[in-house]
Design a protein around this ligand. Structure first.
Ligand SMILES: [Zn+2]
Length: 268
């Protein structure tokens, strides 16, 4: 079963969360939780959301929802606020207590977010927060900057994609390090095709109409320990060397053959 994460957007519906100059925490948290979830999903993690629209649920309901879903990890996205505007800025993560996987993930998220430009205010234990206390799985609440800090809001808006990626990376890196999630390649880059569709690369040292020339070249190569053989087809006898699963391996063989004085081409 793939590892599953419950993404929680703080507040929602009739609970706007913190508000500053008309900006509502519930909107920022929904947007960010969805963006983080999308990246996690792309990396092969199962993602569920406590909400994908502007609805209200109590923190207790959110925790129960996570428990019922059987999610392996709970990530709650919030924005911080401070009694006085523009006094404090930075990110901090909250966990039930300072131990275990949740602490590792919380620290990794803060560190990643610091690379985007946020001050790292560290990880804090908050044993009385309902979503941290009532969830059965490791849970981390991320305060993604202060909503009443103009600097943090500018960072949030201008680097939104990097912030989502930073949170996802902090989570994934920690899960991979702990052997809970396998490292996956992004965007299909270097993705291996299924076994039976994989092309084979051969290095071709010559193609002859005459079988005698082909055999002479093959024997010459075999004497020098090259795994040479003849393939017939289309009226040609092709002297080829090796069968390689990757182009790099074929190129390596081609280099050896060139050094030994044989002009070659790679065929697949
Ligand atoms: Zn909040």
């Amino acid at each position: 079963m793939p590892y599953s994460i419950m993404m929680d957007s703080g507040h929602g519906g009739r609970d706007p969360g913190a508000v500053y100059k008309g900006r509502q925490e519930k909107d920022d948290t929904l947007r960010l939780a969805l963006a983080v979830g999308e990246i996690l999903q792309e990396r092969g993690v199962d993602v569920e959301y406590t909400r994908t629209t502007d609805i209200y649920e109590t923190p207790y309901e959110k925790a129960m929802e996570a428990n019922a879903s059987g999610a392996d990890l709970f990530i709650s996205i919030h924005r911080n606020s401070f009694p006085a505007d523009n006094e404090v800025s930075g990110v901090e993560s909250l966990v039930y207590d300072l131990s275990g996987l949740k602490l590792e993930i919380a620290e990794a998220i803060d560190e990643e977010l610091a690379t985007v430009g946020f001050a790292d205010l560290g990880v804090e234990a908050r044993p009385n927060l309902v979503v941290l206390k009532r969830t059965k799985m490791p849970a981390v609440l991320v305060e993604a900057g202060f909503i009443n800090s103009d600097a943090d809001n500018a960072l949030f808006d201008q680097n939104f994609d990097d912030i989502a990626l930073a949170i996802a990376e902090g989570i994934l890196d920690t899960l991979i390090r702990n052997g809970l999630v396998e490292e996956t390649r992004v965007n299909g880059e270097e993705e291996e095709p299924p076994e039976n569709a994989r092309p084979l690369y051969r290095v071709q040292a010559g193609a002859f109409r005459s079988g005698a020339y082909a055999q002479r070249l093959r024997n010459e190569l075999l004497e020098q320990d090259f795994p040479a053989y003849i393939r017939e087809g289309d009226g040609f006898q092709r002297v080829q060397v090796g069968e390689f699963g990757t182009l790099d391996q074929a190129a390596e063989m081609e280099k050896r053959l060139k050094r030994a004085g044989y002009p070659t081409v790679i065929v697949s």
